[in-house]
Ligand binder design. Structure first.
Ligand code: PLP
Ligand code: COI
Length: 354
């Protein structure tokens, strides 16, 4: 397949919206840069990507995305260092995962060059939008959806890949309080939990709303079969520290193979921390909370980075996790963000210069 991006077309925005943005008070994913990348799949092939001004999408009401939910996405960030150089973090892994999700959702896989070169060209054009305020970055949202028409319940014949970018602050502000969920499930064996499919998130909204009404921020999902094992949070993988061991569940077809998760595992091992990738039971976490051996619990993900969990709720009881000195969460967050923002050496080779 011809996948050269040499002739990528760029249509520049006539005016920039950047002056309307308050970079000192950014939220997460609510203002968008001047341009977006668009690439269409038609007649059995991906066409050359284009960069166009950020704009609404025109779709037929019968487009299959509206009816059958064929849609996948990725979450990435661009970081600006003090010399104004721009960096991505393990972008090839996002491309690989987009194609893993694509395959599961019967969406055609996207060529690597279109993803990487398209994204690089977009970031070069909208470079001014990458914030330098502490903790902020440019959140990047690549997504693919079924833009082909027709009500037949089968894969569409046309797809659209788009990348939009939002200067953003951290996903969570303040303390994170989570509820261990035992009624609803996020995913099941043989399902689509490992894919970043839009519907996985829609299915979480209702149980998460119920948790929010009870005063929690997010749900901790347990396995759908027994609800005995802790699996992940709505937008994060989960780590627990019992005594000095850092533990996270193994990935499976129910769990998203997070890039932050696998990076944290490597950093922790490199720092000499005892790391265990194994199933974690709810009862051992509750027991450890009761006997004081549960030192930390945190979520990890691109948007959330490393988010310490201050409280978890289980069967009507809240268990608090007081802040501790020299926490793994603080050390791991510093180490991963130092690599991402080019503040420290990157012995793993994860940084990618735009
Ligand atoms: N788990 C879920 C369900 C997610 O949506 C995310 C966010 O992308 C993650 C885990 C973390 O993955 P990553 O570190 O690749 O962003
Ligand atoms: C990310 O961390 O990039 C995600 O995709 C989470 C998202 C649901 C906000």
């Amino acid at each position: 397949m011809e996948t050269s991006t040499k002739n990528l077309k760029i249509e520049k925005a006539k005016t920039s919206k950047i002056d309307q943005v308050d970079f000192d008070n950014l939220a997460f994913g609510s203002v968008f840069t001047d341009h977006m990348l668009v690439c269409k799949y038609q007649n059995g092939a991906w066409e050359l990507p284009k960069i166009v001004p950020y704009q609404p999408i025109n779709l037929d009401p019968s487009a299959k995305i509206f009816h059958y939910g064929q849609s996948i996405f990725e979450g990435m960030k661009a970081y600006k260092d003090e010399n104004d150089d721009v960096w991505l973090f393990r972008p090839f892994d996002n491309h690989k995962r987009l194609n893993i999700s694509a395959k599961r959702m019967a969406i055609p896989e996207l060529p690597e060059e279109y993803f990487i070169d398209g994204l690089t060209a977009l970031l070069e054009l909208d470079k001014k939008w990458i914030p330098k305020t502490a903790g902020s970055s440019l959140y990047i949202r690549p997504f693919v959806f079924a833009s082909g028409n027709g009500l037949h319940a089968s894969p569409a014949d046309a797809y659209t890949f788009i990348v939009i970018c939002a200067p953003s602050a951290a996903y969570f502000s303040g303390k994170v309080k989570v509820l261990i969920e035992e009624t609803y499930s996020r995913s099941a064996n043989g399902g689509v939990g490992y894919a970043k499919a839009g519907g996985n998130y829609a299915g979480q909204f209702y149980p998460t709303q119920l948790a929010i009404e009870k005063g929690y921020n997010q749900v901790i999902w347990t396995d759908d079969n027994t609800h005995e094992y802790i699996e992940e949070a709505g937008a994060m993988n989960i780590f627990v520290r019992i005594n000095d061991s850092l533990i996270t569940g193994p990935t499976s077809d129910r769990i998203l193979d997070g890039i932050t998760r696998k990076s944290i595992l490597e950093i922790a091992k490199d720092k000499g921390i005892a790391v265990e990738v194994r199933k974690i039971t709810v009862s051992e976490v509750v027991e450890a909370a009761k006997n004081g051996s549960l030192k930390e619990m945190f979520g990890a993900g691109t948007a959330a980075v490393v988010s310490p969990i201050a409280t978890f709720g289980y069967r009507g009881t809240d268990y608090d996790l007081p802040e501790i000195p020299n926490s793994y969460a603080a050390m791991l967050k510093k180490r991963i963000t130092d690599i991402q923002y080019n503040r420290d050496q990157d012995k793993f080779g994860w940084r990618f210069k735009v």
